[in-house]
Ligand binder design. Structure first.
Ligand code: NCD
Length: 306
């Protein structure tokens, strides 16, 4: 049974196909309105979420399917001590596909190994978040027309930011990509991402604590929130939380076709005064996420039936 735990579970050919499907859905939504009729998506969210869960659910409804939902560990049998493996086996009896978010790294993989239906990782702790990357990729594709020849700045919490890890993995397979990794010392990209992706494939990157120095060079700026829930103490969080704030003044130094991205939720990382700047792409990411999740659900259910 095919599950999507990591963005690298999808080949670049498959990513192109998903993008093509998403664009076809955007152009002809009516063609897809009954594509998943009679099918059920279970959303199992053991961590807070607005966009990811609602976009999965909206995606399934727009495909004509139905949704079963668990939100918050406190309201399900996880609170009674049920394992992820048993939950996955149980939900396989009710649904056709699972989207799962969990605070523990590797939880989605455990679910996939125990479910008899496809599992989509909707975020596992500070590890990865492949469907946010699908949203990011469609956004970059629609803004830039390709994934090649880009200087991509990632700024903020690169240590715990799972969206950053998945996006780096995804982009590492395209041509002439250069990364600028901007973070405080304490929140640098984990060495496993550096070693298994950047160094392994010889991808050029620089690490800096200075956003303003590199801003003029960037084609993409991916801002991220400091991940409070993954900190061991509140003092460190309070010290680091406002380390980077993108303001209209700083943006004056950026390219006119810069694409400013953020997986959201935003806390203070991007001034609201930037929301109407044509370079602000973060609400486009939200909408693109729904279309890419529609394309992914369609693909996995079709494969499961074959
Ligand atoms: C991200 C996440 O959950 O990792 N949010 C999202 O799914 N769009 C980013 C974050 O919470 O900061």
């Amino acid at each position: 049974m095919r599950s999507i735990i990591d963005i690298l579970d999808l080949s670049t050919t498959e990513l192109s196909e998903l993008i093509a499907t998403a664009q076809d859905i955007i152009a002809h939504p009516e063609t897809y309105s009954e594509a998943c009729k009679g099918k059920k998506l279970a959303t199992l969210f053991f961590e807070p979420s607005t966009r990811t869960r609602l976009s999965f659910e909206a995606a399934m409804y727009e495909l004509g399917g139905n949704v079963l939902s668990v939100t918050g560990a406190g309201t399900s049998s996880a609170a009674k001590g049920e394992s992820v493996a048993d939950t996955a086996k149980t939900v396989s009896c009710y649904a056709d596909i699972i989207a799962m978010r969990h605070p523990k790294e590797g939880a989605a993989l455990v679910a996939a190994n125990n479910a008899s239906i496809p599992v989509i990782n909707a975020g596992d702790g500070g590890h990865c978040h492949p469907t946010q990357t699908l949203a990011d990729l469609l956004t970059i594709y629609r803004e830039k027309g390709s994934f090649d020849n880009l200087t991509v700045g990632l700024c903020g919490d690169l240590k715990f930011g799972r969206t950053v890890h998945s996006l780096i993995n995804a982009l590492s397979r395209y041509h002439n990509i250069r990364f600028v990794l901007i973070s405080p010392e304490e929140l640098k990209l984990p060495s496993y991402v550096k070693n298994e992706t950047l160094k392994k494939y010889g991808l050029p990157y620089v690490q800096s604590t200075d956003l303003e120095e590199y801003l003029p060079q960037l084609d993409i700026l991916y801002m991220t929130r400091v991940q409070r829930e993954r900190f061991f103490n509140e003092e460190d969080y309070l010290r680091l939380k406002d380390c980077y704030i993108l303001t209209p003044d700083k943006l004056k130094k950026a390219k006119s076709d810069l694409c400013v991205m953020h997986p959201l939720p935003r806390v203070n990382e991007i001034s609201v005064a930037i929301d109407n700047d044509p370079r602000a792409c973060y609400f486009k990411q939200v909408l693109n996420g729904k279309y890419m999740r529609m394309a992914l659900i369609l693909k996995l259910l079709k494969e499961a039936q074959a």
